[in-house]
Design a protein. Structure first.
Lengths: 333, 338
């Protein structure tokens, strides 16, 4: 008979990793809002959410790769290439519909993800090695495509630059797209067969193979998802920052991985969830947006940022270990 | 396989030989001084503009034939080849924007030994490989002018902030030191330099930092960005925040990149070195050297037409002037150049 009292509900909710993160977020917001009261204004919250939308999209792609016990280091370079490509298309034809540009971005991203996935699944090259190579290949391709030049706001059409900024029901298109991606992939990871198979492959590949999961197919699928979402992010990035620069999104893979790990995704695969990744992104967003406004010297900011992330991760792991011990005790008992 | 490679190699060598020298020249008259403006590579609007300035100076001075040359790709080898051929042609003077500060020294020495006057501009050759190295500006002029630009936009009142490249960027840090020096002057008593932040020359970080500045300082009247990536991102951030006209944006930026923001009033004025002036001054300096009135000695003041006097400092380094100011009246013209 399940315990249905309120207190047990709260206890269960708190035991979840997501809850720890929400708690940490609140704890973090208190000193920030004391130090800088305007931080919690509606306008600033909307700025932060918009700032984090692209990271959320990319982190969800990264989540699937990590979930399958891999890692995708090429996300920043895929963003750069697709962002440059869509920027240049827009430069050549201002009338090119923004929605189609997003589709072009996703298409190119899919191809780049496919290349990663095939190397990993059929070339049997570990994901970290594969993407360590492609991170440079794709960045190099960006330079080759652009010839080293930029696409700037002045050379882009107003429809494209305005696209992520336009609002529908008071919420920007950029956020709507992020919500859509979150919803689709929440459903995918919880209820679709392929989504569950990713968990199986990441958790225990041998067992998964015995029950008939096609490992190679799953490995390709996770890189396809990551590539496609990076392509989408690239097209949005160029429009949002109104410029396509060759160096754009350099090091973005670190932020995507950090968002996943903060969100409780197991680095060796098999566990974690979309909600956690979104919370992890949000946490990172609050930290990166708050530090510049709390009157802290810039030289301390990166230090503090690393410290906060480390503390959050440690708390996460500690709560995990306690849970495991409890579970073990229950089994013995 | 090896054979095919060899054929490709030979073909490549022949082709580079054929296309190695793009030139623009007019008919030579007897007794004219031949000056060559050597650019980094062909098809670069910046050097086309430098040459335009050189032609302007040549027309003013008279008796000069100026020619623009550049290798097809921005390599030191390509420039060395061109200089070798210029030595054979016995031209009177060469102004070089070097693809490599050291690699060009031997060939430049050879040219000087053959009686050719050699200076470098824009991208210098190290001492020994030229008489004078003409730099567009110096940190003091740049830094002081940035504050002046912001002051003009804000009517000499309110908070200003600086959004720079990285915290380790040597150039920017030097300029910022001079900004801090300039703002101490009494005419800026109602202005305050509240903070220097770093966008690391990344559009997203610069954009975020610009937003943070606007949020943090309610009396913020201007953001100075002495880097073109930061300037672009800041202009976009100010525009997105609906603060065009409330928070002024200025700094150092490329006209072609900033044109849109200058025309829509987000960044009403900014500065950068002007290639036309560089070509103009280089030609005046070379002319003086050929005539023997300019030696390049430390402390010498070279008169360069409308640019006024250019002073030679230690090691033959000369600073041209304060950067050129761009606004809505002249931006279209320069955006087409660089």
């Amino acid at each position: 008979m399940p315990d249905l009292t309120f207190s047990s509900f709260v206890k269960k909710a708190l035991a979840r990793r997501e809850a720890t993160l929400i708690l940490l977020l609140v704890v973090l917001l208190v000193p920030i809002s004391i130090r800088s009261p305007q931080f919690l204004s509606a306008k600033n919250i909307s700025t932060i959410l918009n700032d984090m939308a692209i990271l959320a999209i990319v982190a969800i792609g990264e989540f699937y790769v990590i979930l399958s016990n891999g890692i995708d280091l090429s996300v920043g370079s895929i963003i750069a290439f697709t962002g440059m490509a869509t920027g240049m298309i827009n430069q050549a034809d201002h009338g090119f519909p923004p929605i189609l540009l997003l589709c072009v971005g996703m298409g190119i991203g899919l191809l780049m993800g496919l290349f990663n996935g095939v190397l990993v699944a059929y070339g049997k090259i570990p994901p970290i090695i594969t993407t360590l190579g492609t991170v440079n290949i794709y960045r190099g391709m960006t330079f080759l495509l652009s010839g080293g030049t930029w696409v700037t706001a002045d050379e882009m059409g107003t429809a494209y630059v305005g696209f992520p900024r336009h609002t529908f029901l008071g919420i920007s298109n950029l956020l709507w797209i992020a919500f859509l991606v979150i919803a689709v992939f929440y459903y995918f990871s919880r209820f679709s067969r392929t989504g569950r198979e990713v968990y199986a492959i990441g958790g225990n590949p041998t067992a998964a193979k015995f029950v008939g999961v096609n490992e190679s197919r799953i490995r390709v699928v996770v890189f396809l998802i990551s590539g496609m979402l990076c392509g989408l992010a690239g097209a949005l990035w160029t429009a949002r920052y109104a410029s396509a620069v060759n160096e754009m999104a350099t090091g973005f893979e670190m932020q995507a991985v950090a968002a996943c790990v903060l969100g409780g995704v197991n680095f060796s695969g098999g566990s974690g969830g979309i909600i956690g990744v979104v919370l992890g992104t949000l946490f990172l967003g609050v930290v990166t947006n708050a530090l510049p406004v709390v009157y802290l010297s810039v030289f301390w900011q990166t230090f503090v940022q690393g410290l906060i992330i480390l503390i959050a991760l440690t708390l996460n792991t500690v709560s995990d270990q306690r849970k495991m011990k409890k579970l073990l005790a229950q089994r013995r008992g | 396989m090896k054979k095919a490679l060899l054929i490709v190699l030979i073909a490549a060598m022949v082709l580079t030989g054929v296309f190695a020298q793009g030139t623009k020249e007019s008919a030579t008259m007897a007794g004219e001084k031949q000056i060559v403006i050597l650019g980094k590579s062909m098809g670069n609007g910046f050097f086309d503009a430098v040459f335009k300035g050189s032609e302007e100076a040549a027309a003013e001075l008279g008796g000069i034939k100026t020619t623009y040359m550049a290798p097809p790709q921005a390599t030191a080898e390509g420039q060395i080849e061109i200089i070798e051929s210029l030595i054979a042609q016995k031209v009177s003077g060469i102004a070089i924007s070097a693809n490599d500060a050291d690699a060009l020294i031997p060939v430049a020495k050879k040219a000087m030994a053959a009686g050719i006057k050699v200076i470098s501009y824009d991208s210098g050759i190290n001492p020994g490989g030229r008489t004078i190295d003409l730099l567009p500006s110096n940190p003091e002029l740049i830094g002081r002018q940035q504050i002046q630009l912001a002051a003009e936009l804000t009517n000499y009142t309110g908070d200003v902030a600086v959004l720079s490249a990285s915290a380790q960027a040597t150039n920017q840090n030097l300029w910022i030191e001079w900004m801090k020096e300039e703002i101490k002057k009494p005419e800026y008593s109602k202005m305050k330099l509240v903070e220097v932040v770093y966008g690391d020359d990344a559009p997203d970080k610069s954009y975020r930092e610009a937003n943070a500045l606007m949020q943090k300082y309610s009396n913020l009247k201007a953001i100075i960005c002495p880097t073109t990536v930061g300037l672009l991102a800041t202009a976009q951030a100010v525009k997105d925040a609906g603060k065009t006209g409330v928070v002024e944006v200025t700094g150092l930026g490329l006209p072609s990149e900033m044109k849109g923001y200058i025309l829509d009033g987000t960044c009403r004025q900014m500065a950068l070195w002007n290639p036309i002036d560089l070509g103009y001054s280089s030609t005046y300096i070379l002319n003086g050297m050929i005539e023997g009135t300019v030696t390049g000695a430390t402390g010498e003041a070279i008169s360069a037409g409308r640019m006024g006097d250019i002073k030679v400092e230690d090691n033959g380094i000369a600073f041209m002037s304060t950067p050129y100011v761009f606004n809505k009246d002249n931006i279209e013209k320069f955006a087409a150049i660089y």
